[in-house]
Ligand binder design. Structure first.
Ligand code: FAD
Length: 335
């Protein structure tokens, strides 16, 4: 029996691997992607980190500098690929974990290539493969896609595009499109920009020290393209529409707008289907945790996903701290 099976080989799984190696525990990391990089492999072309390389590092080895300012997704993928090699992390790819169930004193991890028995499991499967799109009444005859389907503005050149969402993805994609399409940006509430001097590092510091995290400060990190579009007065948001009518989106006051495309930048849900046999899911689709440990299953820890598993746990700079805490608890459990 292996001490620990880590499910997911994105940044969270790697951070867990770093501390598991250091703790001297036996482990494997199972990842469903054929290549390293987790969700960073699927971002849009112009996606940049909201903090410089030095402040976007996993434990042990800093991300190499990116001389052209904020790192690209490709730079992050190169870093994660080199990180796996540097620490010789035992990653099996592509392996899809289908279920985790209890069996005596351990947990059995069922995959498409066989079973693993483990004393403990770390689930680090992220959110990217569960995009969330709200239900809007009416029928829309144009094209709809989620952030996950957006690559670049050339896809929609000259079209009437509605971008929905007041978070970082919505603001960045709206800014990316501004020169190339007839843009309407729609947000549930007026956009709330974080102060310009706040980047990923400052976000982490705030999230780690303030009760309630960054929620009171704002939703959007003013990365350079967003800041430029905002300062030029071109990133103006309308409130949310309330239904579709054929090729139009319609607001509660009756105003209408023709649209060819609606891009939903409306977030993600945690990927937890493989944990269903453990019966731990709450009504909101999460699992109740104490720190990173499932409240009702001491052999299961959750890493990444969002701040509910630890401050800034779903960021490069933040996941290390929660990974260290998870491995420390697991070490006490299995030894
Ligand atoms: P993922 O990267 O999603 O990795 C999970 C891995 O688990 C994937 O490889 C997946 O294939 C695998 N997996 C899933 N299910 C299974 C299964 N059943 N069996 C086996 N494997 C499975 N963070 C920052 O620090 N700075 C930023 O600037 C930043 N910008 C962001 C911009 C966007 C648009 C988004 C969406 C996020 C951004 N983040 C940023 C947040 C964060 O860094 C990412 O969400 C990050 O990818 C989360 O890492 P993860 O390892 O938890 O999940």
């Amino acid at each position: 029996m292996t001490d620990v099976v880590v499910i997911g080989g994105g940044q969270s799984g790697l951070a867990a691997g770093f501390y598991l190696r250091r703790a001297g525990l036996s482990f494997v990391i199972l990842d469903s992607q054929p290549e390293p990089g987790g969700a960073w492999q699927h971002g849009w072309d112009s996606l940049r980190l909201f903090s410089i390389a030095r402040h976007s590092s996993l434990p042990g080895w800093p991300m190499p500098p990116f001389l052209d300012g904020y790192p690209t997704a490709e730079h992050v993928i190169d870093y994660l690929t080199a990180y796996e090699k540097r620490y010789a992390l035992p990653i099996h790819r592509p392996v899809d974990v289908q279920a985790v169930r209890r069996d005596g004193s351990g947990l059995v991890v069922e995959t498409d290539t066989g079973e693993w028995e483990a004393k403990a499991v770390i689930s680090a499967t992220g959110t990217w493969s569960r995009p969330f799109v709200p239900t809007v009444p009416g029928r829309f005859t144009g094209t709809q896609l989620h952030t996950t389907g957006y690559r670049n503005a050339a896809q929609f050149s000259g079209q009437r595009v509605v971008v929905v969402g007041g978070g970082n993805s919505g603001a960045q994609i709206a800014a990316d499109l501004i020169e190339h399409v007839e843009l309407t940006w729609v947000t549930l509430r007026p956009p709330r920009y974080l102060p310009d001097e706040i980047d990923g590092k400052a976000l982490f510091d705030i999230a780690s020290t303030q009760v309630g995290g960054i929620g009171n400060l704002g939703d959007i990190v003013a990365v350079p393209p967003v800041r430029e579009a905002r300062d030029a007065g071109r990133l103006v948001a309308r409130p949310m529409f309330d239904h579709f009518d054929g090729s139009e989106v319609v607001w509660p006051d009756g105003s209408r707008q023709e649209a060819d495309v609606v891009i939903w930048c409306t977030g993600f849900r945690p990927v937890l289907n493989h944990l269903a046999p453990l019966g731990l899911r709450t009504k909101d689709g999460r699992i109740e945790v104490i720190g990173t440990r499932a409240a009702d299953e001491p052999r299961l820890h959750l890493l990444g996903y969002g701040s509910w598993t630890g401050p800034a746990s779903a960021t490069l700079i933040g996941v290390g701290r929660t990974a260290r805490a998870a491995v420390s608890e697991i070490k006490s459990l299995v030894e």
